[in-house]
Design a protein around this ligand. Structure first.
Ligand code: BGC
Length: 390
C-alpha cells in the first residue's frame, strides 16, 4: 500500500513541478517548494524505483492539472468545521492555491458527490474530514486512479489505501486530558468516593471517537476498579454510550433517560464525562431540565463559543482546546510538501492504522482549557474576541 501511495505522491509532485515550470502557479509557489533540494523525499528513499515506475500510472495520462486543492468538510452545523474550513481556505489561498471548499451537511452521499466533483474539477490534492470513516472507499479509488493524493483531515478515513497522510490532534490525549481533570478536581488519589459518573462518547462512525473514549476511560479505569468511581446507569461500553453524528439532541435525550431512571430519587451525579462540546451541550441541557442536585463536573472538547460561555457561567467545567489554526497550517504545509516533492513532515508512524496499513500522521497538541485560562488561550491568541463570548 505504501508503495502505491508514494507513487501517487511522486506522480502528483511531478505534475506540480511541471506546472511551476510552465508558470501556471508562478506568482505563488507554495512555501514548501523552497525547501532545500538536499532534503530528499522519504518516498524516494523508501520506494524502489522499479516499483514506483511499475505502479504509478503515467503522470501525464491521468494526473490532475492545476494548482487547485479540494477541501471537503463534514458540516457547517458545528462551529469547529467552519473554522477549519475558513482557516484552510485562507491559508491555502495565501500560499497561492486555488481552493474548492465544500461542506456536506453531514450527509455521506453529499460528501461523496462533492469529492467526485473535486476529482473531476482537476484538484491536485484532496483534504478530507470524513463524515463517516468507511464511506469514502469507492470515491477515493477514483482519486487514486487520477493520482490525486489524499490527506485525511482531523478524522482518519478507514479501509482505503488512497490516503497518503493524516493530520489531526492527539486524539487519545484529548481523552486523557479530560480524565486527568476529573482525577485532579476530585482528588481521586486521596478521596474515597464513591463518585457517580455518566459517560457520553462520540459518533461510532468517527474513528476519533474511540480514541477520545479510550484515552479517558483507560486513565479512569484504576479509579473505577478501586470503587472510587461508579456508573449508576451501568452504561459504559463504547457502543452503548456513543452519540450518533455527535448530535446535541441525541446526547440530550439519552442523558434525560439516564437522569430519570437513575437520579430522580436525589442520587448525586458527580461527573459527566463528555467527549466533546456538542455532546456536552446536550448533557448540560438535560441537567438544566432534569437535575437539581449539586452540579457535576462536565467535560468537553473544542472550546466552541456556546461552551466557553457555559464554562464562564459554571455550567461546563473544562474543554480541550484544539487550535484549528495550527492544524490548518500543518495541512497547508503538507500540501506544499506533497506538491513540491519534499519530505512530508510527520511525527507519528505507529498509531493510526486505517485497515490498509499505518498512515503517516502529524499529531498537533491538544490543550486543557477552563474558566481560568480561557482568556489567555482564546482571546489573547486572537482565536475569539471578547465580543464573541458575550
Ligand atoms: C473532532 C472533534 C469534534 C467532533 C464532532 C471529531 O472528529 O475531532 O473536534 O468535536 O468530531 O464534530
Amino acid at each position: 500500500m505504501k508503495r502505491k501511495v508514494l507513487s501517487m505522491v511522486l506522480a502528483a509532485s511531478m505534475v506540480a513541478t511541471a506546472l511551476v515550470g510552465c508558470g501556471g502557479s508562478g506568482e505563488s509557489a507554495p512555501a514548501a517548494s523552497t525547501e532545500p533540494a538536499a532534503e530528499a523525499p522519504a518516498a524516494e528513499a523508501e520506494a524502489p524505483a522499479a516499483n514506483t515506475e511499475a505502479e504509478a500510472p503515467a503522470a501525464d495520462a491521468a494526473a490532475p492539472t492545476g494548482n487547485k486543492v479540494g477541501v471537503s468538510m463534514p458540516t457547517k452545523d458545528l462551529q469547529r468545521w467552519n473554522q477549519d474550513g475558513s482557516n484552510m481556505q485562507a491559508e491555502l489561498e495565501a500560499a497561492g492555491y486555488e481552493v474548492d471548499l465544500q461542506y456536506a451537511s453531514n450527509q455521506e452521499e453529499t460528501q461523496v458527490s462533492q469529492i467526485e466533483n473535486m476529482i473531476n474539477g482537476g484538484c491536485s490534492v484532496l483534504v478530507i474530514a470524513a463524515i463517516e470513516a468507511n464511506s469514502l472507499s469507492t470515491v477515493l479509488e477514483k482519486a487514486k486512479s487520477a493520482n490525486i493524493p489524499v490527506i485525511a483531515y482531523d478524522r482518519l478515513i478507514m479501509n482505503t489505501d488512497a490516503v497518503a497522510y493524516y493530520a489531526t490532534f492527539d486524539n487519545y490525549k484529548v481523552g486523557v486530558t479530560q480524565a486527568q481533570y476529573i482525577i485532579d478536581t476530585l482528588d481521586l488519589d486521596n478521596a474515597d468516593g464513591p463518585f457517580n459518573m455518566e459517560v457520553t462518547a462520540g459518533d461510532p462512525g468517527d474513528n476519533n471517537a474511540p480514541f477520545f473514549y479510550n484515552g479517558a476511560m483507560d486513565t479512569l479505569q484504576p479509579y473505577i476498579d478501586a470503587g472510587k468511581i461508579v456508573i449508576p446507569s451501568g452504561q459504559v461500553d463504547f457502543a452503548t454510550v456513543g452519540t450518533p453524528k455527535w448530535s446535541t439532541e441525541n446526547a440530550q435525550s439519552r442523558m434525560e433517560n439516564i437522569l430519570s431512571s437513575n437520579y430522580a430519587d436525589g442520587t448525586k451525579l458527580d461527573i459527566c464525562l463528555c467527549s466533546n462540546d456538542s455532546t456536552s451541550l446536550g448533557v448540560q441541557n438535560a441537567l438544566a431540565a432534569n437535575y437539581t442536585g449539586d452540579y457535576p463536573i462536565v467535560t468537553g472538547q473544542d472550546c466552541d463559543i456556546a461552551n466557553v460561555k457555559n464554562m464562564i457561567d459554571g455550567k461546563q467545567s473544562m474543554s480541550v482546546f484544539k487550535d484549528t489554526r495550527t492544524l490548518a497550517s500543518q495541512v497547508v504545509k503538507m500540501v506544499g510538501q506533497i506538491l513540491s516533492g519534499s519530505e512530508v513532515e510527520v511525527n507519528d508512524t505507529t498509531t493510526y492504522d486505517n485497515g490498509t496499513g499505518v498512515i503517516p500522521s502529524f499529531l498537533c497538541e491538544p490543550v486543557f482549557a477552563d474558566a481560568n485560562n480561557y482568556k489567555e488561550l482564546l482571546i489573547d491568541s486572537g482565536y475569539y474576541t471578547e465580543a464573541d463570548l458575550q
